[in-house]
Design a protein around this ligand. Sequence first.
Ligand code: THU
Length: 138
Amino acid sequence: MSEHEALSASEFETLIAAAKSARENAHAAYSNFRVGAGLRATSGRIFGGCNVENATYGLTICAERVAIVKAISEGERGFDAIAVVADTDALTAPCGACRQLIWEFCGDVPVILANLKGKIEIVPMRELFPKPFDASSL
Ligand code: THU
């Protein structure tokens, strides 16, 4: 049984809307690939994140990690779902580094992948990250 609260369709929609809104703030000056994330804490608070690029390229931070560090720095510790939005036909899934961080703080949450045309897919984190290295590995 999942330790996460099951969200309603309208709660998923709210999270997608938060991701789209955060995406508007993306600093994607080098890739021009704008991504937004919406993260729902068990408190009910929703945190948005966008990708923040850098001229060194390597210091770029993805939208998902921005949303997570914002929430963690605000004292949140439990999460129910995360949404990722990009303007691509094939839905954009979190990169490897983001999967590691999502697993660390959110565990097996639903990951809502969406684009700007209304395409949506919900994938459990355990499917995106089937053999994790985490606290239980130490
Ligand atoms: N990016 C994200 O923000 N999240 C993802 O899930 C995939 C990639 C960003 C990083 C970089 O700014 C741009 O997209 C191109 O890789």
